[in-house]
Write a protein of this length. Structure first.
Length: 109
């Protein structure tokens, strides 16, 4: 069944900014070269990065899910061109969040 209902679509809310996801182990790579676009990093970790603005996300999957789309809208309202999202753990209670991040970063051709 291919009904057009929320959660069943490949693209959900998509910010105007480009959305990219990275693993925690890759965050250090962001400090190696300056970012061209006005960027923000949505973080779960307690990592300080000098060359990019960060925004702390909840460490609880339920709370994270509640604010993810409103946070993406907020970043659009603040005119960020690039939103980088630290991927949450690969655990079952985070699977829905991984799916939402994937949908937010999907761009139609």
């Amino acid at each position: 069944m291919n009904e057009k209902v929320s959660g069943n679509l490949i693209n959900h809310y998509q910010p105007k900014a480009s959305v990219h996801s990275i693993k925690t182990s890759e965050i250090g790579n962001l400090t190696e070269e300056p970012l061209e676009a006005k960027s923000v990093l949505l973080l779960l970790s307690d990592i300080n990065i000098d060359n990019i603005q960060t925004y702390a996300m909840p460490r609880d999957p339920y709370k994270y899910g509640q604010i993810l789309y409103s946070t993406l809208r907020l970043m659009d309202d603040r005119n960020f061109e690039k939103i980088i999202i630290e991927l949450p753990p690969e655990k079952s209670d985070w699977y829905a969040i991984h799916d939402r991040i994937k949908k937010a970063s999907f761009k139609k051709l």
